[in-house]
Write a protein that binds this ligand. Structure first.
Ligand code: NAP
Length: 672
């Protein structure tokens, strides 16, 4: 393979380092496959460019505009994925490992794109929570909002998932409207650079939105400000070094850390040999040890079972490990490839040596070379510690390779305490069919783990696995795991935004958030709102209907027609005897139906369909003889595509005394 000359991407151009190029070797052959370096880059100018060019361009777009770009980026990666798979083999990863990295990375962009279009407004400001009433008269209110940070996201990534690791950070960052400077880990940077290049060549993002550093970050951190975010994935040691950087500390630069983690997997006391949970556990431990040759921050490092089951666990795991086929990941039938580099091989061997001072190796030989040549291959190593409280190393030393330690626990409390002894982890899994064990574990251990997967015979088949972070769930963990959080759907987007509590009049705040807030003006007009397209509808535009009286005949008719003969509608005595009603009342669903009858404009037109109700509350009962009227207000609107969009209407139903009977958000699909 020809040596690749890796380039930096700064201020919208490719840049060759001026000196000090480092060589990067193939994990499989040990040959030099790339040179890399960042000497000569003007890091301050890169930050300025992102702030002055990329940020403003991204912030001019809405969440939906940015979400569409993520979809295009994902498609660009998918269209050229085979180029990436070729390089993926050089990192020591099998095709299956590469699938997680490459297609999993693109999938993460798709997920953020879809979340962005479904859960975020087609606006630039994101509302956070309900409006807060701050005054008796309702003229002074509060509303939390998120706006995009005006700086740069600096992404420092680990070597193990060069594509996914880059994209899982870029998805939420771009969606938030923030430009990024990416610094991949050197050992596998050639794969990250190739994926980055695909995105640049696809020409989807505005100038200044993305830049790349292929080597040292030089004096970059010295120029960070309060508007910047550093999102770091890697070792605890580097995280600590960066986190205590004087500028990061002084400027309160946001720092998201995803560090190492001694993740635990626990076989429940109920799940002895012969149970489906036992088999699931054994399979998962072996899978986590061997996928990506165990180079996963979420991999199972500590596997625990009740003392009476530990021998059976050892035997079953060892038997499965014996079937693992180690070799060149390009070869068919190979189930585990190499570690990413010789450095990594050395560091895993050192970690195993440290662990074996207090635990014994029961499967695998760390010093064996399972594949001839200069690759970074190692056998999977299973250790056993029979005194886990007397062996601190098994809870403290992270062998970042195909290594796991099994250990017994005495009872459930002991298992919980051992799991928490990892001092904070990214992911924990528990294999039990006993709901009490599951509940006790979550209550006893939840505070120590970022994600908990509880598997049993009903979910085993469809499970996404102990070690798979998912874009819709948070990834991160307390303590040793870094205390950070990434992804988690929209939660991850807000890491790159500032939450601000706005105070003011409902009218003023409505104009800012582009959503009608209670108390804001409700202008009426000649034209029924159902006759207007989204582009013609003004937020706040209101229809006030005539009123109608609800009779006892209406209630009886509705009851018999629908079959809803609940006592409160049909039995005067029973209704009176209830602590809530003074007599028979109208059905809530009758009120909703009458409300629709009052506000609907029936002819075909811009409103295509009713797609749902949200936040429905019945506030005051409606008795026979009472009357009701409706106020229907455009709360917010969002165009999806050329054919349709969504209108959210605030619906308020009042009785003849102007008391609130019911309120809800009505959703309709409309023509744009
Ligand atoms: P590392 O040595 O800490 O490197 C991580 C990243 O930091 C690399 O891009 C590295 O660049 C960069 N870096 C190192 N020193 C730096 C400095 N002074 N200034 C700026 N950047 C610097 O970690 P690693 O050994 O490559 O990664 C393995 C570790 O990452 C394991 O402990 C694993 O548990 C953890 N990890 C955690 C997660 C998670 O999501 N929590 C995911 C994957 C891995 P160079 O490569 O150029 O040195």
């Amino acid at each position: 393979m020809k040596t690749i000359n890796l380039l930096n991407y700064a201020q919208d151009g490719w840049y060759q380092a001026s000196a000090n190029l480092a060589e990067v070797r193939s994990a499989v052959s040990g040959e030099v496959i790339a040179t890399t370096g960042s000497r000569g880059l003007d890091f301050k100018a890169m930050l300025d460019h992102a702030r002055k060019v990329g940020g403003p361009a991204l912030r001019r777009m809405t969440f939906h505009d940015r979400a569409w770009m993520l979809k295009d980026l994902g498609n660009a990666i998918m269209a050229r994925k085979e180029e990436l798979y070729e390089l993926n083999y050089e990192t020591g990863a099998t095709r299956t490992d590469g699938w997680i990295d490459i297609e999993g990375g693109a999938g993460t962009l798709f997920s953020f794109s879809s979340k962005g279009r479904r859960e975020l407004p087609n606006q630039r400001v994101l509302i956070d929570g309900q409006m807060e009433m701050l005054s008796k008269g309702g003229t002074f209110v509060g509303q939390h909002v998120f706006t995009s940070l005006q700086g740069v996201a600096v992404h420092i990534n680990a070597f193990n998932f060069p594509v996914w690791g880059m994209l899982e950070k870029l998805g939420p960052t771009i969606l938030a409207g923030v430009p990024a400077i990416v610094k991949p880990a050197s050992a596998t940077g050639y794969l990250a650079e190739a994926a980055f290049r695909i995105m640049i060549e696809a020409n989807i993002l505005p100038p200044g939105a993305l830049q790349l550093i292929m080597g040292s970050t030089g004096d970059l951190l010295d120029h960070l400000t309060l508007q910047d975010v550093v999102s770091f994935t890697g070792s605890a040691q580097t995280a600590m070094k960066l986190q205590t950087h004087p500028v990061i500390a002084r400027e309160s630069v946001r720092f998201i850390a995803e560090r190492d983690s001694l993740n635990a997997s626990i076989l429940g006391p109920d799940a002895g040999p012969g149970t489906p949970e036992f088999d699931l556990f054994v399979k998962e431990v072996v899978r986590e040890m061997t996928v990506k040759a165990g180079q996963k921050c979420t991999a199972i490092r500590r596997a625990m079972a009740a003392a009476e089951h530990i021998d059976a666990v050892e035997e079953a795991i060892a038997a499965r490990l014996a079937k693992v086929r180690i070799g060149d990941p390009r070869q068919e039938g190979v189930t585990m490839g190499a570690l990413a580099s010789r450095d990594q091989l050395r560091s895993v061997r050192e970690a195993v040596a440290e662990l074996s001072k207090s635990a014994r190796i029961v499967a695998g030989d760390p010093d064996a070379s399972p594949v001839e040549g200069n690759g970074s291959f190692i056998e999977p190593i299973l250790l056993r510690s029979d005194d886990p409280w007397g062996s601190p190393a098994v809870h403290d030393v992270e062998p970042f390779g195909p290594v796991s330690t099994i250990m017994p626990y005495r009872d459930l409390d002991d298992a919980i305490a051992l799991a928490n002894r990892g001092m904070g982890s990214l992911a924990l899994s528990l294999f039990t069919f006993d709901p009490r064990v599951a509940e006790d574990f979550v209550l006893g251990s939840g505070a120590y783990h970022g994600r908990m997967m509880i598997l049993d015979r009903t979910s085993g088949k469809e499970s996404t696995g102990h070690g798979s972070p998912l874009p819709v769930l948070v990834h991160g963990g307390p303590g040793r795991a870094g205390g950070g959080e990434e992804m988690g759907g929209v939660r991850g987007v807000t890491h790159y935004m500032q939450r601000t509590a706005l105070q003011g009049s409902p009218a003023l705040l409505s104009g800012i958030v582009k959503q009608w807030l209670p108390g804001a003006p409700k202008p009426e007009g000649e034209v029924h709102p159902f006759r207007k397209r989204i582009s013609e509808l003004e937020v706040g535009y209101t229809l006030k209907t005539a009123s109608r009286t609800v009779t006892i005949e209406d209630i009886e008719h509705f009851a018999h027609f629908t079959g809803d003969t609940f006592y409160a509608h049909m039995d005067e005595e029973a209704a009176k005897a209830s602590p809530i009603f003074e007599g028979r009342v109208a059905h809530g669903y009758l009120i909703l139906s009458f409300a629709a009858g009052l506000f609907v404009e029936p002819a075909p037109g811009p409103v295509l369909a009713n797609t749902g109700l949200e936040n429905l509350r019945f506030q005051t009962p409606l008795y026979p003889g009472d009357s009701m009227r409706v106020e229907l207000t455009v709360k917010s609107k969002s165009v999806r595509d050329e054919e349709k969009g969504e209108v959210r209407w605030a619906v308020y139903i009042f009785n003849q005394e102007d008391e609130a009977v019911a309120s809800y958000d009505l959703l309709t699909m409309n023509q744009p």
